[in-house]
Design a protein around this ligand. Structure first.
Ligand SMILES: NC(=O)c1ccc[n+]([C@@H]2O[C@H](COP(=O)([O-])OP(=O)(O)OC[C@H]3O[C@@H](n4cnc5c(N)ncnc54)[C@H](O)[C@@H]3O)[C@@H](O)[C@H]2O)c1
Length: 259
């Protein structure tokens, strides 16, 4: 299998720790030959991200808060310097909503926290894609991947404002795919079933979600971050050269069910 990403250069946003879906994707890219740069958000997780990045000989680990256009521009500037002006792969695995908005009623979401969730979880893909565009253009194309969830298409109790943010993210994938397709840049999403990560732990009732999932998904088993890594490697590789604007469900078939 080695070699699918030989000579490819990737930027991965969203590693917090070894359980992060972004880490499973990054590891898979590196195992198959890619050079992988990482961003981290905040000093609190810097060491954990640097330690993980070191295990795959990452050439760049840099702080980025996706709420800041300046931060994002600085990061892509550094990426260009590190990677000789180009970039082949961008992985966006970032989301945030206030914990109090992932329990109780969606109806009660205040305006500022509604926009915060959409800013971090949806708009960030747009600004990152815009910054990646010229770097990917110099390579004759590229591939962008984000992480979404069924709660953006259906109402999932407790997912609340994050579901609205995922709807915006899903739609952004389609509009970005159209804009960037002219430059041979593909944009896709993976819709994952519940995976035990830091972000997942802040969703009220996550354990109940997991057991209902296992009972009702056609394959009757949990999904893990490595499943997402394998699907991501497909979408990010030349194997998916004619796949863009789409969502690949890595959810043991759960999305196909009506009850
Ligand atoms: N875990 C699941 O069950 C599941 C299912 C479907 C989709 N997803 C999606 O997968 C993605 C990754 O989440 P995860 O489950 O691996 O959890 P995680 O907590 O490991 O990753 C979330 C990442 O978002 C980053 N982040 C939050 N706010 C940020 C900001 N302002 N600037 C930059 N980075 C910021 C965090 O630092 C963290 O690295 C998210 O988009 C999430 O919604 C997760």
């Amino acid at each position: 299998m080695a070699g699918r990403f030989d000579g490819k250069q990737a930027l991965v946003l969203g590693v917090a720790n070894r359980r992060s879906i972004a880490w499973a994707i990054a590891k898979r890219l590196a195992d198959e030959g890619a050079q992988v740069a990482f961003t981290y958000q905040g000093e609190r997780i810097e060491k954990s991200v640097r330690d993980l990045a070191a295990t795959v000989d990452s050439p760049l680990v840099i702080e980025c808060d996706v709420r800041s256009d300046e931060d994002v521009a600085r990061v892509f500037g550094e990426v260009a310097t590190t990677f000789g002006g180009g970039l082949d792969i961008l992985v966006h695995s970032v989301a945030f909503a206030a914990a109090e908005d992932l329990e109780g009623r969606f109806t009660d979401t205040p305006r500022d926290r509604f926009w915060l969730a959409l800013d971090v979880s949806a708009y960030s893909l747009v600004v990152c894609a815009r910054e990646a565009e010229p770097l990917m253009e110099t390579r004759g194309g590229g591939s962008i991947l984000t992480m979404t969830y069924l709660g953006g298409e259906r109402a999932v109790p407790h997912y609340n404002v994050m579901g609205v943010a995922k709807s915006a993210l899903d739609s952004s994938v389609r509009y970005l795919a159209w804009d960037l397709g002219f430059k041979n840049i593909r944009v896709n999403a993976i819709s994952a079933g519940p995976v035990r990560t830091l972000a997942a732990r802040s969703i009220a009732g996550f354990t109940t979600m997991e057991s209902m999932f296992e009972e009702r998904a056609p394959l009757h088993r949990q999904v893990d971050a490595e499943d997402c890594g394998a699907a991501a490697a497909y979408l990010l590789s030349e194997d998916a050269a004619n796949v863009t604007g789409t969502t690949l469900y890595v959810d043991a078939g759960y999305h196909a069910m009506g009850m």
